[in-house]
Design a protein around this ligand. Structure first.
Ligand code: BG6
Length: 495
């Protein structure tokens, strides 16, 4: 059972409301939290404890997997919540927070354990960390951990600066950098499927796999995040983190032990082996970028990115990118990893397709057979499961071969019975398991890779391709695969 005080900085924000309070509630309902915990909500605006508790219960009503109606526990749950208005630049506020924390430690018998969750703009992380120390909040008999949201910097130098600020106060082992894709069930399942199945690992290399395709498609546009997004773009928003993390999980060597550092060491080796782009031409030959223009979905008109709120009307920010990535090591030499992500595409889908090499020319490969390569698909969202495409005899046919599929669907559609990524991650952080959080060297190598692309893109925007909102993105993304004789396999929502 976890005893701790959880500090939610940014407690009146969207993340707290949609993800964090519901995640804490699920942990509570599942008995993982027990009763020895308190949650302190912190933000600038004034709020009474009553108001805050009401907000928490409302957010649970709206967003949690477990409904409160079935169980009258919200008020007893909300008893664990306190609110304090805090100016994060003023150390006196932190000193007062220390006083409150000690009372809560006593009341809830938390063992002095403290988890600081910064659901704030990254520019504020450094100040908060510093004031936590100055305010005496780290002087405790229990553990203290810092959980931070992305983006972790804008490029390598800014990430380094941020990291230096945090490391002046926290040890690396106490910093939990969230990449919420690592909290997704099927992303966590990649390692198990790969390393716990005798028939997969022997084939998992360049002798048997021809290419790997990772798709993260979204139907949403930038919504109300235009200000942030126009500065970041798809490469920084999804590529540097979620995309490269999934690629690393697919490509890593088996860890020698199932310990966080061993697993993260293997991921770092992959990120270090990414083939760096050698020139701007090299970037343009391997990375396609696009931006959504006017379009439509199901008969409904969708406006162009440049017409979105807080977006520059001449913006050249990419809302889509696709890339051909190589991992230059013994296992993967010559195998392209094709990745793509975009906003305003026709389906919200996350999938990883592993395409195996064809069997050698043999007697089954005659004209009447539709022999297709074997595919192993990790379905992350919306369906969670594994899908295997094989060739088999057509029943009743004259010995014809047809592709068949074997499907394992973990939940028919991601929903109430699947723990939210934030639930898994918050639980892991509170029990000190950092496996599914990104270590500093992973972040740094990912920036190094992405910065080369961003630098080439800065030189000219000629290669930016517009695509209609509601379509599958720019044509260039298809050409990228055609050059190698491949095609994007349809993902869920595209078939
Ligand atoms: C976030 C990005 O990290 O991930 C968003 O900032 C994106 O732009 C989101 O929409 C997608 O997450 P999920 O879990 O909905 O696929």
């Amino acid at each position: 059972m976890i005893g701790a005080v959880f500090f939610i900085f940014g407690a009146t924000g969207d993340l707290a409301k949609r993800k964090l309070f519901p995640a804490i509630y699920s942990m509570y309902r599942e008995g993982k939290l027990g009763e020895n915990f308190a949650v302190v909500g912190l933000a600038r605006r004034p709020r009474t404890n009553e108001q805050f508790r009401k907000d928490v219960c409302e957010s649970i009503n709206q967003f949690a997997r477990y409904s409160i109606e079935e169980d009258e526990s919200c008020s007893s749950f909300a008893e664990h919540f306190q609110y304090m208005s805090l100016d994060i630049n003023n150390v006196d506020g932190f000193k007062a927070l220390r006083g409150l924390t000690e009372e809560l430690d006593e009341k809830f018998q938390t063992g002095g354990n403290r988890l600081f969750y910064l659901a704030l703009a990254p520019e504020l992380f450094g100040n908060v960390a510093f004031n936590l120390r100055e305010g005496g909040l780290l002087e405790t008999e229990g553990w203290h951990r810092l959980v931070i949201e992305k983006p972790f910097g804008y490029d390598l130098p800014s990430a380094q600066k941020l990291n230096t600020q945090l490391r002046q106060v926290f040890e690396e082992q106490d910093i939990y950098r969230i990449d919420h894709y690592l909290g997704k069930e099927m992303v966590q399942n990649i390692g198990i499927v790969r390393f716990a199945n005798a028939f997969i690992e022997p084939l998992w290399n360049n002798r048997h796999i021809s290419n790997i395709q990772i798709t993260l498609s979204e139907t949403v546009g930038v919504e109300e995040r235009g200000g942030y997004y126009d500065h970041a773009g798809a490469l920084r928003d999804m590529g540097q983190n979620h995309m490269l993390q999934m690629l690393a999980m697919m490509a890593m060597e088996p860890p020698s032990r199932l310990l966080p550092e061993d697993i993260r060491d293997e991921k770092v080796k992959v990120l270090r082996s990414l083939r760096a782009f050698t020139s701007s031409d090299d970037v343009r030959a391997n990375v396609i970028r696009g931006q959504y223009a006017n379009g439509e979905t199901e008969g409904k008109a969708l406006s162009a990115y440049r017409e979105e709120d807080s977006v520059n009307t001449n913006s050249t920010t990419e809302t889509y990118f696709a890339a051909r990535v190589f991992v230059d090591n013994f296992r993967w030499a010559g195998v392209p990893f094709f990745v793509r992500t975009g906003k305003r595409l026709p389906a919200k889908t996350t999938e990883i397709v592993v395409e195996f090499k064809n069997v050698p020319d043999n007697v089954y490969l005659t004209e009447k057979h539709e022999l297709e390569p074997n595919l192993l698909v990790f379905r992350v969202h919306p369906v969670e499961g594994i899908h295997l495409k094989m060739n088999a005899k057509q029943p009743g046919g004259e010995g014809s071969v047809i592709p068949i599929t074997m499907d394992f669907a973990q939940s028919s559609v991601v929903g109430m019975n699947t723990p939210e990524a934030y639930e898994l991650l918050l639980y892991d952080a509170s029990r000190g398991d950092s496996t599914y959080f990104t270590r500093w060297d992973e972040v740094a190598h990912a920036w190094e890779y992405v910065d080369k692309i961003a630098a080439a893109w800065k030189e000219t925007t000629e290669d930016l391709q517009l695509y209609p909102a509601g379509s599958w993105g720019p044509e260039g993304a298809n050409e990228l695969l055609e050059k190698d004789g491949f095609k994007w396999w349809p993902v869920h929502g595209q078939e």
